[in-house]
Write a protein that binds this ligand. Structure first.
Ligand SMILES: [Zn+2]
Length: 258
């Protein structure tokens, strides 16, 4: 079984970055409510100060997150809809949980897309809504782009990251990444049937064919995912595409494609 998790992630977004102070307060209140013993006022204040700086942790980094009921509701609706059918390459796994709000209730391990024809290595751990969207992107955008630009079928995509309970860009004290909800995927390279490999890092400014292929793959993702980040966004994304199904903006309908 391959590695699940990874190195990269999205940054906070212009215009939609939540107030971390506000989130920290939410976190602190959530945790404090669970403390059902009376403490001396001074001790309580000290606890509060600590909690304000994070109510979750992953290995040695802390993050902040708020409770978002839409996540569970969306996951349950997805499962009930039958949008994901289990197969040899999409398998239900046991719940990912903790610490704190990380994880998802009914994750799937996805090891191939497009009817099993395109391998995903290492397998990605993703929540239900991501599975059909990743499959659609690979089957309807990446595969046709490979055929158009290289006259070959697509054999494999390299998964740089999927589920990982960590803050955005691994910055301790930051907002929990969509990777922490198994709601994001990072892809770093594409392997054609001939064995030829197109990397995001090398191909984004590579040959004319590579550039055209990768830009089509990136822009095509924007009609499928609510967040798509690539090398044009920042240096953290110079070697992979990040795609996720986060909700942005006041109405949750805003899309980010950079
Ligand atoms: Zn990412």
């Amino acid at each position: 079984m391959g590695r699940i998790g990874g190195r990269h992630d999205e940054r906070g977004f212009e215009g939609v970055k939540p107030s971390l102070t506000k989130l920290r307060v939410v976190c602190a209140v959530m945790v404090l409510r669970r403390i059902r013993v009376f403490l001396p006022l001074s001790l309580l204040m000290m606890s509060g100060l600590v909690l304000l700086w994070g109510c979750g942790s992953s290995s040695n980094v802390d993050f902040v997150a708020k409770k978002e009921p839409w996540r569970s509701a969306e996951e349950q609706a997805c499962i009930a809809s039958g949008a994901v059918r289990q197969s040899n390459f999409v398998r239900a796994k046991s719940a990912l949980g903790g610490p704190s709000v990380c994880g998802t209730e009914s994750p799937y391990e996805m090891s191939a897309a497009n009817g099993g024809r395109v391998s995903m290595k290492p397998p990605a751990m993703l929540r239900c809504p991501m599975i059909p969207q990743v499959d659609r992107w690979i089957a309807e955008v990446v595969e046709p782009a490979a055929r158009f630009h290289f006259r070959q079928s697509l054999a494999e995509v390299t998964v740089a990251a999927s589920y990982a309970c960590r803050p955005i860009n691994h910055q301790s004290g930051g907002r929990l990444s969509e990777h922490g909800y198994a709601n994001a995927l990072d892809v770093s390279r594409f392997t054609l049937a001939s064995g030829e490999i197109i990397t995001v890092k090398g191909g984004w400014y590579g040959t004319e064919q590579e550039r055209a292929f990768l830009r089509e793959v990136h822009s095509g993702a924007c009609s499928t995912f609510t967040t798509v980040l690539g090398p044009n966004y920042d240096s953290n994304h110079k070697d992979h595409f990040h795609v996720d199904l986060a909700r942005h903006g006041r109405d949750g309908l805003m899309r980010i494609c950079k």
